[in-house]
Design a protein around this ligand. Structure first.
Ligand SMILES: [Zn+2]
Length: 87
């Protein structure tokens, strides 16, 4: 069972991993080259973790699994992660 939500749903778990504000992050897709804020992506949440997909080509940008006191983060679908340094 999984629930499809917008990418803001994934921002919460990613904030536990990354110290910076995830709403200021944009990801460039390896599949189609589109650049989108994390909140504009599609997030699929299920028991094993979270998958963030490109809204244009459906490439899995980010996969996050959580268990046994650690996170597994697969970013192979992200060509570039842009992080705004402005407050
Ligand atoms: Zn794409």
């Amino acid at each position: 069972m999984e629930n499809k939500l917008d990418g803001n749903a994934a921002a919460g778990i990613m904030q536990q991993i990354f110290a910076f504000e995830m709403t200021r992050v944009q990801a460039t897709c390896t599949g189609c080259g589109a650049t989108n804020p994390i909140g504009a992506t599609a997030a699929y949440m299920h028991g094993m973790g979270t998958v963030v997909r490109c809204p244009f080509c459906d490439t899995a940008l980010i996969r996050i699994a959580h268990g046994k006191g650690r996170y597994w983060l697969d970013l192979r679908g992200v060509r570039v992660l842009q992080i705004s340094a402005e407050e």
